[in-house]
Design a protein around this ligand. Structure first.
Ligand code: AKG
Ligand code: FE2
Length: 199
């Protein structure tokens, strides 16, 4: 992952989570009371609002309130430490949420962070969907910073991790024909003006 972020700025890692980890997270998600799952917001805190033209998924933040959530957050804390030690990224914390896309849900092309604004530095998405088929749809399309050609088309298969510099890669979630569950997360920094990677 260090090589991927230092190089192209993006990496895709099948089987980042094993079956037991995926199962534990799926069960943890299934045990949540439905009212805790709320329409996803867009924009920064001050301008937080929902907009169904841009995204239609539902989310629930992980609060380390179950063993599965704690294990996942511990795993990500380890990644944070590695990125900081080897790439001096200055990552301060990690926030993440479950995201449920029901059949037909989507998230239009967007950036997770804008240069010099906000403090999301590194995006992660892990998928929790067993046996995803070609015609299930729901791929993540990742685009280069400039240009319309698709750089990566990621199938949201259980265990796969996608990780990229939040300011660099526009991306979108295509509508799926079945439920699509993931954990999207962001490593954050204190200073939005700091360069993304030190040379
Ligand atoms: O679920 C995905 O593949 C990406 C989600 C996403 O782009 C986001 O939550 O910002
Ligand atoms: Fe995103």
């Amino acid at each position: 992952m260090v090589d991927a972020i230092a190089g192209p700025g993006i990496g895709i890692f099948p089987r980042f989570l094993d079956e037991a980890q995926v199962t534990a997270l799926r069960q943890d998600f299934a045990a949540l009371p439905p009212w805790q799952l709320t329409p996803a917001g867009i924009g920064r805190e001050q301008t937080h609002h929902t907009n169904e033209r841009i995204r239609t998924d539902k989310t629930r933040w992980l609060e380390a309130d179950s063993p599965a959530q704690r294990d996942y957050q511990t795993l990500m804390a380890g990644l944070q430490q590695q990125m900081n030690r080897q790439l001096f990224m200055g990552l301060k914390d990690y926030e993440c949420h479950y995201a449920l896309y029901q059949a037909g849900d989507f998230y239009k092309k967007h950036l997770d962070a804008f240069r010099g604004r906000g403090n999301r530095r590194l995006t992660t998405v892990v998928y929790l969907n067993e046996h995803w088929q070609d015609d299930d749809g729901g791929e993540l399309l990742v685009y280069p910073e400039k240009g319309k050609a698709v750089l990566h088309r990621v199938r949201p298969e259980a265990g796969t991790l996608v990780c990229f510099l939040s300011e660099l890669f526009p991306h979108e979630v295509l509508p799926a024909r079945r439920e699509r569950l993931s954990i999207a997360g962001w490593f954050r920094i204190d200073d939005p003006l700091a360069p993304a990677l030190l040379p």
